[in-house]
Design a protein around this ligand. Structure first.
Ligand code: ZN
Length: 243
């Protein structure tokens, strides 16, 4: 089953935090959307891999995302190996998205930078006819290169190349983030003696709101998400910018 847009993240919850509003808006517009998490988040300070999978499925439902797949890369030890790149080639050839969303090149968590490099290489190699890969049913996959590749913005600051208005889906994004009760501060659904993390502090969600509000202010809307263009952005016609 193919999708129009595929968002790839290192850990379950990365995609919700960075592009949850954009994905929910695409679903509302009738596009098919998928998420691929490279790990199951098993190295996280709080919760467990199985709990995080449950939370990820719940977040997927909240956003209305059609497909979600978890790869078995090692949490906190992702490396841009040939195997990892070929695994992502298989993913791109299977889902055949027009647009891929993925982590930025310069990031606080080394896994995020590693996934950036893996996806960049896989994006190129998936179009090569002589790289043979096989789908889940064992049949050989057709070469395929997505049309566009954009980075979302994670922990570190980047000047966005463009913004997407998420005012209509911002509440859905917050609800999807709150589905990760073991990771973010949702005291009514998850209490533990585990160590506090940046995400689990009570003021973390405030920073998510403030950032979306700030990015929204850059384009005159209430909330937005920012993106980086890997290749220059071209417009079919200036008219696509007409109100
Ligand atoms: Zn992450």
């Amino acid at each position: 089953m193919t999708v129009d847009v595929l968002a790839i993240g290192a850990h379950p919850d990365d995609v919700e935090l960075c592009v949850g509003g954009t994905l929910a808006a695409l679903v509302r517009e009738g596009y098919r959307v998928g998420i691929v998490d490279c790990t199951r988040g098993e190295y996280g300070t709080r919760g467990s891999a199985s709990l995080r999978l449950e939370e990820a499925r719940r977040a997927q439902e909240i956003l209305g995302v059609h497909r979600r797949e978890f790869l078995d890369m090692p949490d906190s030890a992702i490396a841009p190996t040939d195997d990892a790149i070929v695994e992502l080639v298989r993913v791109l050839r299977q889902y055949r998205p027009h647009v891929v969303l993925f982590p930025p090149p310069f990031e606080r968590h080394p896994d995020h930078e590693a996934v950036h490099r893996i996806v960049r290489s896989a994006y190129f190699k998936s179009g090569l006819a002589r790289l043979h890969t096989f789908g889940p049913d064992g049949t050989e996959q057709e070469p395929y290169r997505p049309a566009r590749l954009y980075s979302y913005i994670q922990a570190y600051h980047h000047e966005a190349d463009f913004f997407v208005d998420i005012s209509q889906t911002f509440e859905q994004k917050l609800e999807a983030i709150r589905a990760y009760a073991s990771q973010v501060y949702v005291p009514e659904r998850y209490q533990s003696d585990e160590p506090e993390t940046v995400l689990s502090r009570p003021d973390f969600l405030e920073s998510v709101v403030a950032r979306a509000r700030y990015w929204g202010s850059m384009i005159g809307v209430r909330y937005a998400e920012g993106f980086l263009a890997v290749e220059p952005l071209g417009l079919r016609s200036l008219s696509v910018l007409f109100p």
